[in-house]
Design a protein around this ligand. Structure first.
Ligand SMILES: Cc1ncc(COP(=O)(O)O)c(C=O)c1O
Length: 438
């Protein structure tokens, strides 16, 4: 066996023999993986269907048009006909960050102001993250109420190009206070408002955000990278009635290959397409587009609706079990696929918790929590998600068993115990019972 084949087998075994609980990951079907590994990867096709810079694109044209239509159909499935007819999709964007950059370049000029969610409260780097190291920090300038004005280290490229202001959650509930966000928007007058993030466990009030955007004449962009599959499955609210732009990754709850889609109201279609090509990219990854198409076909089924609803039910059971065991679940629960737990106040570091869980076969990730007192490298929280466990077929009872193991690890860390007994065996048992998809 050559090295790559050997590593593929090794990674398969790792995935099979551990319980993946990182909310931004999922396991695809064999058909998705076959599409991504198909001959579509051989073709160059700069341009768009029927307007290419290379010959031999008649099949690729058919592929891209089909996947574009499927993206609109599946993602707006739970919206009215009027909403469905008003959206356009660009399936060439290479990743979630690239999709977001395409939105910004389509409607903003360098220096324009963006109002987005604060990263440590669960926002995303590509929404304009910058910070100052401790010695350079002047909190009186950078933070005021729920507003964060950025720091000296321009970490994400978007923070070098645009003027970024970020909103935090409410300091007592860790949920958004929309009246405060509205006040901030009126004060800052951004040209673009972004919602969405990586660790906010509650639904976003898209209607209210639209009202805020309208009040200040801003465009509204909903980044639903995490929730895409849940929206397609009707398990959480849809942003399409309210946003001007919607971007999402295809590899999280949507259960497709690593990739992304950028969507916009039809009036912005030309601008968005031009921003992607030739603005930011060359030839699209046609094999990824094929894999996304296959994932969308799968997402357009009753089975997937059941899956999406089960993902949320499982996360809610997980949160409930952790709360009952005395853990500090941020916001007390979840509306979607992820649960954020603060552990530092119990004397446990987020990093230690994640690494101990990994030792016994549960793969989660350390994470910042709102009003974080640690750092991204050693934060006070742990982020857990149910998309993979649900793909493996787990329902409430199995999730309760997983929660029990997590609580045992937490209590051992809290009490400085280091004998983990048969926890790894319990995880093994669950891995054998709930196998990887085909
Ligand atoms: C909210 C959000 N936006 C954008 C991205 C970026 O996606 P990618 O990693 O494909 O660039 C992510 C990825 O985790 C995300 O969670």
């Amino acid at each position: 066996m050559n090295k790559i084949k050997e590593l593929i087998q090794k990674e398969y075994d790792r995935q099979h023999n551990t319980l993946g609980m990182i909310p931004s990951e999922n396991y695809t079907s064999k058909e998705v993986r076959e599409a991504v590994g198909s001959v579509f990867m051989h073709k160059y096709s700069e341009g768009y269907p029927a307007a290419r810079y290379y010959e031999g694109n008649e099949v690729i044209d058919e592929l891209e048009s089909f996947v574009r239509d499927m993206a609109v159909k599946v993602m707006t499935k739970h919206d009215s006909k009027e909403v469905q007819n008003n959206w356009h999709a660009n399936v060439q964007v290479l990743s979630g960050s690239a999709a977001n950059l395409a939105v910004y370049t389509s409607i903003l000029e360098p220096g324009d102001k963006i109002l987005s969610m604060y990263l440590p409260d669960g926002g995303h780097l590509s929404h304009g993250w910058s910070y100052s190291s401790k010695k350079d920090r002047d909190d009186s300038l950078e933070s005021e109420g729920i507003a964060y004005k950025g720091g000296k280290k321009k970490v994400n490229f978007t923070s070098k190009v645009f003027d970024i202001v970020q909103y935090k959650t409410d300091p007592s509930t860790f949920v958004f206070d929309y009246d405060e966000i509205e006040k901030l928007a009126i004060q800052e007058k951004p040209k673009l408002i972004i919602t969405g993030g990586t660790a906010y466990p509650r639904d976003i009030d898209y209607k209210r955000m639209r009202e805020i955007a309208d009040k200040v004449g801003a465009y509204y962009h909903a980044d639903v990278a995490h929730e895409a599959g849940l929206i397609a499955g009707g398990a959480v609210p849809s942003p399409f009635k309210y946003a001007d732009f919607v971007t999402f990754t295809t590899h999280k709850t949507l259960r497709g290959p690593k990739g992304a889609v950028a969507m916009c109201k039809r009036e912005f279609a030309k601008k968005l397409d031009r921003a992607v090509f030739p603005g930011l990219q060359g030839g699209p990854f046609n094999h990824t587009i094929a894999g996304v198409g296959q994932a969308l076909i799968e997402a357009d089924t009753k089975e997937f609706q059941d899956y999406a609803n089960q993902v949320v039910k499982n996360a809610q059971i997980l949160a409930e079990e952790l709360v009952n065991a005395g853990l500090n679940v941020i916001t007390g629960g979840t509306d979607k696929h992820l649960v954020l737990v603060e552990v530092l106040s119990a004397g446990v570091s987020g990093a230690d918790f994640a690494s101990k869980l990994a030792e016994i076969g549960i793969i989660a990730n350390k994470n910042t929590v709102p009003y974080e007192k640690g750092s991204p490298v050693d934060p006070s929280g742990l982020r857990l998600g149910t998309p993979i466990l649900t793909t493996r077929g787990m329902k409430e009872d199995a999730i309760k068993e997983v929660a029990e193991i997590i609580v045992e690890v937490f209590n051992m860390l809290k009490n400085n115990e280091d004998q983990y007994g048969d926890l790894r065996l319990k995880v093994d048992g669950l891995c054998q019972k709930y196998k990887l998809p085909n």
